[in-house]
Ligand binder design. Sequence first.
Ligand code: URA
Length: 425
Amino acid sequence: MRTVDLIQKKRDGFSLTSEEIKWLIDGYVSGEVPDYQMAAWAMAVYFKGMTTQETKDLTMAMVATGEQIDLSAIPGVKTDKHSTGGVGDKVTLILAPLVASFGVPVAKMSGRGLGHTGGTLDKLESISGYQIERSQEEFIQQVQTIGLSVVGQSDKLVKADKLLYALRDVTATVDIIPLIASSVMSKKIASGADAILLDVTVGEGAFMKTLEEAEQLASTMVALGNEVGRKTVAVITDMSQPVGQAIGNRLEVLEALEIMQGKGRPDVTAFICELAQIMLSLAGKEETLETIKQYLVSGKALAKFEEMVVAQGGDLTDLYRPSSAAFVTDVTADENGFIEELPALEFGLFAMRLGAGRAVKTDSLDYESGIVFAKKVGDSINKGETIAKIYSNQKLSENLLTEFKKNVKIGLTESQPKEIIKIIS
Ligand code: URA
């Protein structure tokens, strides 16, 4: 086989066979297929797409390029959850211990944030001492003992994705459904869980800008998971505004703790309960939303979260420490009305400039900085009232403040945004 022929075949709109895809992926991982040819192939996929069979073949070829975690030593239905990326998305911090508090094991490998989107690992690492690197044995043993572990993805898993994702990132080939679906699902399949909840975000702050695209990605991933015997459900969730109130690592941990103490905004609390209900049902446990809320606000999920923090070396006294950012700047409203728009993308980028996120992979983070919104879309606001507090370690310039305010749209429309837009199973 020759790589150039496979690129040409795809460029001309034909489907590659399972053997051809496997040959290409194996060759890329072994270094025989160079970056420039893989980039040309990815661009051909961008324009010509892939069939369902090709996407499945690609996913399984990717899975085979690394270790696969065997969770069979853990009794019960092992669950996992994945988000396609969001702003202020601290859902895993709450959902994982909440589900685990019902006795359903959660074994989760998470990623870091890049660009305007955050990553669970960075949030957990803002807790002093928290170890995200665990051997496979330690990971499995922790889930056996306390029913929950959130760790960084092992370097040995899906080697093809590491190479391919880095390549796609610099060749404008990230936002293409078969490549996103195979990237996400190869990692989920290799991570070993029996049941997977996928959170497919949609809106300006997400990869998928339209509901139609999000539905297509969700259906592709659900089919991939189910075909290989993993019970998979996807929820399409709104990413037109940030999730909850906080953006920024420590600030999001603090918001998660508040939610688990029953002090969160009712909308985020309800959203997380709905996700937990789906995840529990995937594991064969049917629970009412009232019961789930009770577990969430009564401290059961929080106790499980603390257990995980301790098990992974985190310092419980540091956990509850407020942000140590040197400056806290109040942003107030100039008029009365309702919050109509809080664009997730713009505020994700703003938080990144404060140091809460990385522009490039090698950037270091300022865990303490970020934004806490006092108001969300649909809330009423009066002139002079706080819209948000900005936490930073450098004094904010007037220009930056003006920019922040420009992105908050206040008007006369009182809307009721919905977090979960659709469930695909
Ligand atoms: N998240 C992933 O893991 N892979 C993609 O391709 C996009 C989002």
